[in-house]
Design a protein around this ligand. Structure first.
Ligand code: DGT
Ligand code: CA
Ligand code: CA
Ligand code: ZN
Length: 601
């Protein structure tokens, strides 16, 4: 974990713990602001800390916060953080991760009933005594129960965005080990699944013992589970990393990493086997058998009468060195890993054209310091430009998102003027004045039509009332799509992966409305959202809808989430032409000006 991430983490935990111990709002807010400021900082605090002036120059960092940063850089800890950890039972911090449980409620559970962990909470829910507490009506408790169950059923799997950096770390480290000729990750991670059970890594090396030793002693390895000839398994600690939902993914957790040593000549077969999915592999083996062959991680072999596996008898494989070769020998084109889910890929006659990250030329959903972003207008434009984008849309929150400092109509009008002026300072990138407009519970948009008409782009998104029933949710989204200002439907369901179910509208009706209105449906690329999800993308693509892949930028690192949005898009078989972010500037801008165009996907 970077020093910045570690410090941000401490600040946000201090804020949580201050709130749990009933400290005053001023101190709590100062810590939250500091956490956000540090999280979004481009410079490394380890090198900045020596110079107090430059610390104080950071927005959101005052004298007390600067003290703490210096303290952490010098000592690796913060006294206030440690003191609070003494006071606050650790189980309370975990309770805060349950959706719908804020610090105020957790504090009340603690002070009124002595609840200090999840088991305690489950006990008073089970015996009904929770109902006698303030603000704990039957409906609230039902929701709480559902949230706990939902979280428990998902908690053993990691988010894609949490697992990916771990895998990259392992692969990079192993590539540098003596004798290693190839190393890559496979499994659900290579398929880009939204959650990951364990990380599978393949390696080809001339020095197997060196590789085994290096793997079992990688930094972060907590425990060696298996150290075998062809396979090693370890549990690896997760680096802690906060995020803007205030949840700490790591929090003492670890992930299993499997290393498989691949024999010479079998790389393609092994990569295919360990990429999966299991369902896809079953289909592939059936296909091989039908053609008089047998497929395993060792290669594709001719079928014979012998009981023992062919590779162990020195039988020459039909194919095995590359995936292309194995697919080819089975009469298939190379199939991208993201679609190996037994969802129709076995009928492909050519490798499908799926969107790639490099084809994305525009970011159409981004926040600045005007609402809850960390970048100033100019910083945001600068980052977008350095990514090579031809267009950046400034879409701060609308007035109903008051917790995200949503803009009043007056502030939005001023921002439109600011954007026009900023455009004058930047060449080679078009800056759009837009808004991420709340879709209210009844489907109305959060600003007047006159103001909406002044914007270059409207991303309409649901944020509140996410517990609506399906019929209400459908009507709400269809109405928002039907508003003439709406260009993109942002994170259409509001779900959070493994955290919050979000809306469950009739997606068919949403696709139909979007297609008819020429409104693009967003794949929000943040790994906690991935909303639309893969199966929805597939439906939308088939319905002929336009898709937008947006990083929903709040801090500079969010641009890196594009990778996860693109993986999700590929899992939904999205071709580049159907994604508005791949369009050349003239086509994109014409589409933005001309709402209600008929779409030809
Ligand atoms: P995960 O780890 O739960 O997110 O999902 P995967 O797909 O990474 O599954 P994992 O780690 O159990 O195994 C990696 C791949 O190896 C899997 O996608 C297919 C292959 N594989 C592992 N065990 C089996 C098996 O028993 N049968 C078949 N057909 N394939 C297997
Ligand atoms: Ca796996
Ligand atoms: Ca595995
Ligand atoms: Zn949003």
């Amino acid at each position: 974990m970077s020093v910045n991430a570690a410090i941000a983490e401490r600040f946000s935990q201090i804020a949580d713990m201050l709130e749990l111990t009933g400290a005053d709002a001023f101190r709590i807010n100062a810590m939250r602001r500091a956490a956000r400021a540090v999280e979004g900082l481009a410079q490394d605090l380890a090198s900045l800390a020596a110079d107090r002036k430059s610390l104080l120059a950071i927005q959101g960092v005052g004298a007390r916060v600067a003290d703490k940063i210096q303290e952490f850089v010098q000592h690796g800890s913060m006294a206030e953080h440690l003191a609070l950890l003494e006071q606050v039972p650790p189980g309370l911090l975990r309770l805060l991760q349950i959706p719908g449980l804020g610090p105020k409620t957790v504090r009340m559970l603690w002070t009124e009933r002595g609840i200090t962990d999840l088991d305690g909470l489950k006990r008073i829910i089970a015996d009904g005594s929770i109902l006698s507490l303030p603000r704990m009506g039957a409906k609230t408790v039902e929701n709480l129960k559902a949230a706990i169950a939902f979280q428990e059923s998902n908690s053993s799997r990691l988010h894609l965005g949490v697992a990916m950096p771990v895998a990259h770390g392992v692969v990079d480290a192993m590539c540098a080990v003596r004798g290693v000729t190839r190393c890559t990750y496979a499994g659900s991670l290579r398929r880009g699944a939204e959650t990951i059970g364990d990380i599978d890594v393949l390696i080809e090396t001339g020095e197997t013992e060196t590789a085994r030793e290096a793997f079992c002693t990688l930094p972060g390895v907590e425990r060696v589970l298996v150290r075998g000839e062809n396979k090693c398994s370890v549990r690896m600690r997760l680096a802690q990393e906060g995020n803007r939902w205030g949840a700490d993914e790591a929090d003492g957790r670890s992930v299993q990493v499997d290393l498989r040593l691949v024999e010479p000549g079998a790389w393609g077969a092994a990569l295919m086997y360990f990429t999966g999915s299991k369902e896809h592999n079953v289909r592939m083996r059936e296909r091989a058998l039908k053609r008089g062959m047998t497929l395993s991680e060792h290669g594709l072999f001719p079928l014979d009468q012998d009981e023992s596996p062919p590779h162990s008898r020195g039988v020459r494989p039909v194919a095995g060195a590359t995936e292309e070769e194995v697919f080819g020998a089975l009469g298939l084109p190379w199939i991208p890993p993201e679609v190996r889910e037994d969802r129709g890929e076995m009928s492909l006659t050519r490798t499908p054209s799926l969107i790639e990250s490099g084809q994305v030329r525009a970011e159409l959903h981004a926040h600045t310091t005007a609402s809850d972003g960390l970048l100033s207008l100019d910083q945001l434009i600068g980052h977008a430009k350095s990514r090579g984008f031809h267009t950046i849309a400034v879409t701060d929150h609308s007035r109903s998102s008051f917790q995200a400092n949503g803009l009043s109509p007056e502030r939005l009008r001023q921002q439109i003027r600011d954007v026009r002026q900023a455009q004058g300072r930047f060449a080679g990138i078009r800056v759009l004045a837009g808004s991420e407009v709340d879709i209210l519970a009844d489907g109305a948009l959060d600003y007047d039509d006159e103001l909406l008409a002044e914007l270059d782009i409207v991303v309409a998104s649901p944020h509140a009332a996410l517990g609506q029933d399906s019929a209400q949710a459908t009507a709400r989204l269809v109405r928002a799509i039907g508003h003439p200002a709406t260009r993109i439907l942002g994170h259409p369901t509001g779900r959070l992966v493994s955290r919050r179910k979000g809306l469950e509208p009739d997606m068919g009706a949403v696709f139909q409305a979007a297609r008819a209105q020429g409104v693009a449906l967003e794949i929000n690329a943040h790994w906690l959202r991935l909303d639309l999800r893969d199966t929805h993308v597939r439906g939308a693509v088939e319905a002929g809808c336009l898709i937008a892949i947006d990083c929903d930028v709040h801090d500079p690192a969010d641009f890196n989430n594009l990778e996860f949005g693109v993986l999700t898009a590929r899992r939904g078989w999205l071709p580049p032409e159907q994604c508005v972010n791949t369009w050349e500037a003239p086509r994109l801008h014409a589409w933005l000006r001309d709402r209600r165009v008929e779409v030809t996907p």
